[in-house]
Design a protein around this ligand. Sequence first.
Ligand code: FES
Length: 103
Amino acid sequence: MGWHEVAGADALRDGEAIGVTVDGHPIALCRSGGELHALHNMCTHQFALLSDGYVEDGCIECPLHQGRFDLRTGAPLCAPVTEPVRIYAVKTEDGKVYVELGD
Ligand code: FES
């Protein structure tokens, strides 16, 4: 599936998330502590876009019931979320952000 360009490297300030779609996959692109992260944009609890949530201290908080996920691993950190969210590899090259969809 390879790497896909999703945004300019300066598209995100720290603590910000945006939603992008890559080959039909909804992805939340976030920046926290200067690092970029990419994860599936759908909460594993119910229907909510994580890109509408809050990014803080390496976590993203779902806007609907405030479940939180670790941005590095996708692991659920507090109720009501119990299932991890898929994460994607992300890199910056020549001023552009790329996400790898994987298999
Ligand atoms: S929909 Fe995300 S915590 Fe409920």
